[in-house]
Design a protein around this ligand. Structure first.
Ligand code: FES
Ligand SMILES: [Fe+2]
Length: 284
């Protein structure tokens, strides 16, 4: 199950050009492209004629032409040409999604366009703020999004998964595990921010956008690269874990799990997401 009335990161802004870019979010295949004026368009990646993925087609001006029989759709998804006939069926219309660019990312709203409020897309201003150095990337991970969420909320795995990178056995033995929900509080003179932005692709795969940001020596690209590379090495160790978990779960989905104290953050997250999905199902 996915939350549909939410903004999801679809791509880094610099990935979207005046060409067709395919991405699946919450099982919805979609194409994104930039109009000649620079605006981002997002529509379903499925021709309404015989359902060929539209990313196989091409752009003609700001419109999309399907590769199969050449139907042309304008950026609002309306079919404006059917080769070989004058009449355009009124139902020849593709679903379009609200898209917004914010802080170096393209966000897509999966709910109805008329309730899409760009101001509610998450604020990750550190990525583009000139007072910060930042570098990000995207990974297509073969794991359900909740496995990534739970991994990020669980510090006790550092001593084991990250023993060769950022881990330390003392973390798990001596640190009292606490879970706090609330605003950030940063009281050091220098700050590192590790941004983790997770977009479900399907029930068993996710898009993971991550960025490392620092507020010191911000023009030092070598420093930005080094911080990024260090965290990325640790991140790849996590990917190995939650992709293996996904395979294990697929092998026997009903196998029982035991909870331990270190799961408190992940259990809170599960409850929050479950409540939001229940509210969505109830129409709230
Ligand atoms: S499938 Fe797209 S035009 Fe026929
Ligand atoms: Fe980790």
């Amino acid at each position: 199950m996915f939350l549909k009335t939410f903004w999801y990161a679809a791509a880094w802004s610099n990935e979207i050009e005046h060409s067709l870019f395919a991405r699946t979010i919450c099982n919805e295949p979609m194409i994104l492209y930039r109009t000649q004026a620079g605006n981002v368009v997002c529509m379903e990646d499925r021709c309404c004629h015989r359902r060929l993925p539209l990313h196989m087609g091409r752009l003609i001006g700001d419109s999309v032409q399907c590769h199969y029989h050449g139907l042309i759709f304008e950026p609002q998804g309306r079919c404006v040409k059917v080769p070989g006939q004058e009449l355009i069926p009124p139902s020849a219309q593709l679903r379009t999604f609200a898209a917004a660019e914010r802080h170096g990312l393209v966000w897509v709203f999966l709910g109805p366009k008329d309730i899409a409020d760009e101001a509610k897309s998450p604020d990750h201003h550190w990525i583009t703020d000139y007072n910060w150095g930042a570098k990000g990337t995207h990974f297509n991970v073969k794991a359900n999004y909740m496995l990534i969420v739970e991994n990020l909320l669980d510090l006790t795995h550092l001593a084991f998964v990250h023993a060769s990178t950022i881990g330390n056995a003392a973390v798990v033995e001596s640190a009292a595990v606490q879970f706090k929900r609330g605003p950030d509080s940063v009281d050091k003179n220098i700050t590192l921010r590790n941004l983790n932005i997770i977009t479900p692709e399907s029930e068993t795969s996710s898009h993971y956008f991550c960025a490392q940001c620092h507020d010191f020596d911000v023009k030092n690209q070598a420093l930005t690269d080094m911080l990024f590379d260090d965290v990325n090495a640790a991140f790849r160790q996590d990917v190995d874990v939650f992709e293996a978990q996904q395979q294990s779960i697929a092998g026997r989905p009903d196998a029982p799990e035991v909870d331990v104290h270190g799961d408190i953050g992940g259990l809170h997250a599960r409850r929050i997401i479950r409540e939001l999905i229940e509210r969505q199902l109830a129409g709230g």
